[in-house]
Design a protein around this ligand. Structure first.
Ligand code: MN
Length: 500
């Protein structure tokens, strides 16, 4: 089954009437064959739907309008098997609101050296037909992904797959609602930002509810529901002895279950795809949500602490993009450093809320004091996370634009037991190395809050940023600080010149 079984990407081939019926018949046959092969590729998470060849400005406009109106269509792939004069595309591209991937491929992989004649040359023109199409996209300054290579090459299919996942995340954001319980943590800069601009740019809305509205729902949760969820905790996690039914903090576990159910009902009833809360606004709450926030994330909801609506929305988008893939996505914070020159590491964590989708072991369900917030000790899931390649991603508001910043990292196995650390944790090494990776992040203004992903790479995020039309900055293996600073400086001018 496909991860996005209700979503479609339309495969649209461009041509023109010049070549006659025979050639156009072949164009349609070949296009259908390519679309079917892409659709059947094991990695393809969406339905690739073949569309009839477009040969005139009217047909091009119609398919773009149809794509805009279709709730199933999350993007279109275009390919010019023959030449398709690109002025024909202007009106259609002008109204197209869905992400576009320009697939620069060719039906035949090899040149048939002994058979090639002028009929073949008339039909197989993508090497120049796609250049004409590329020109008009560039001339119109349109964002798109260009994928080059033969359609049966797995590396090429992987690039389409990454884009399709990004398109699914983007589609999910359109009309999405996020709720913020309370406001921003007082005086914090990076978690704040322009929610009106975000709605215009990203398509999702963020609105506040006083924490009292949530408390009301929590207080109305039935004892029977609370019993059932408490039982689920015992079945799913290694629960600390003090939280067990004969333990002295059993009531705290039940309180935590009630909070989780209140969150769940509130989000379901309001049609929300994610939320944020803040320990500075917990009036009427018994505990800061710990296990509840963690488990809601594991169900696919976005979350970030301290009123950080941008990271909450990003966590949701990345969870959507990674659907069906091995590994998880979680709210994360660069917490503290290990500056051993022989083995420098970042310890990522949060005061409670790390998503168990990234757990490498059965989480233990524990209760410990929090030290801030002034509420009862919160219940939380504690676990380690596996070694392997990962990314940290952050959306920040630069005032005149949003910037999506990504750092490629390598997670490592825990090098010690951390017996007294009462929160879930991850250890990683940033690329290109600890000092330059962190320096680049700081220079780019990256937040301390991120979405940490085990199953997405920088290509997904780059495609996603293109769809959103925002700045994309990557810190990876080849990042070199001198060049990196120049990139930021030059981008500053670019975005000012484009009035973005
Ligand atoms: Mn935080």
């Amino acid at each position: 089954m496909k991860a996005f079984e209700n979503s479609e990407v339309w495969f649209v081939t461009g041509s023109q009437h010049l070549y006659g019926e025979e050639t156009l018949k072949k164009v349609a046959e070949h296009s259908q064959e390519i679309a079917t092969a892409l659709n059947n590729a094991a990695a393809m998470p969406v339905n690739i739907v073949f569309k009839p060849t477009v040969k005139s400005p009217e047909e091009i406009y119609a398919v773009c309008a149809e794509a805009n109106a279709s709730s199933r269509c999350i993007g279109i792939i275009t390919w010019m098997h023959t030449f398709s004069p690109a002025k024909m595309w202007i009106r259609g591209l002008n109204i197209l609101q869905k992400p576009l991937l320009h697939f620069h491929t060719q039906f035949n992989r090899d040149i048939p050296w002994n058979e090639i004649d002028m009929d073949f040359m008339n039909l197989n023109q993508s090497a120049h037909g796609d250049r004409e199409f590329g020109y008009i996209m560039s001339r119109m300054r349109l964002k798109r992904k260009v994928v080059v290579g033969h359609w049966q090459d797995n590396a090429v299919i992987e690039k389409i797959n990454a884009w399709a996942r990004a398109a699914a995340g983007w589609h999910d954001w359109q009309g999405a609602k996020f709720v913020r319980f309370g406001d921003n943590m007082r005086y914090v800069a990076v978690t704040d930002g322009d929610k009106v601009e975000a709605e215009m740019k990203f398509g999702f809305s963020v609105n506040t509810h006083g924490i009292g509205d949530l408390v009301q729902v929590i207080n109305a949760v039935s004892d029977a529901d609370t019993d059932a969820l408490t039982k689920e905790y015992f079945e799913t996690y290694n629960v600390s002895s003090s939280l067990k039914s004969d333990g002295k903090q059993y009531q705290s576990l039940r309180d935590a279950a009630r909070i989780e159910l209140g969150l769940q009902y509130f989000l379901q009833d309001g049609g929300y795809k994610g939320f944020s809360d803040t320990f500075e606004d917990l009036h009427g709450m018994i505990q800061l949500p710990g296990i509840g926030a963690q488990r809601m994330m594991a169900k696919g909801y976005g979350f970030a602490g301290e009123g950080d609506w941008k990271t909450s929305a990003l966590v949701r988008a990345m969870k959507t993009m990674g659907a069906g893939l091995k590994g998880g996505n979680s709210f994360m914070e660069d917490y503290t450093y290990h500056f051993d020159p022989a083995n420098s590491l970042v310890l990522g964590s949060h005061m409670l809320e790390i998503c168990p989708s990234i757990a490498s072991n059965k989480p233990s369900c524990e209760i410990h004091p929090l030290g801030i917030g002034g509420k009862a000790d919160p219940v939380r899931l504690v676990f380690n996370s596996a070694a392997g390649p990962a990314i940290n991603a952050s959306v920040i508001d630069m005032g005149n634009r949003f910037r999506l910043l990504v750092n490629e990292v390598e997670a490592v196995e825990p090098i010690a037991d951390l017996p007294k650390l009462p929160v879930a944790r991850v250890l990683w090494k940033p690329y290109p190395n600890m000092n330059d990776g962190c320096a680049a992040w700081i220079l780019a203004g990256g937040a301390h809050h991120t979405c940490y992903s085990q199953n997405l790479g920088s290509e997904h995020m780059e495609d996603f940023a293109e769809m959103a039309g925002i700045e994309y900055v990557r810190i990876g293996k080849n990042t070199e600080l001198y060049q990196f600073k120049n990139e930021l400086r030059w981008s500053e001018v670019y975005y000012k010149a484009n009035n973005q």
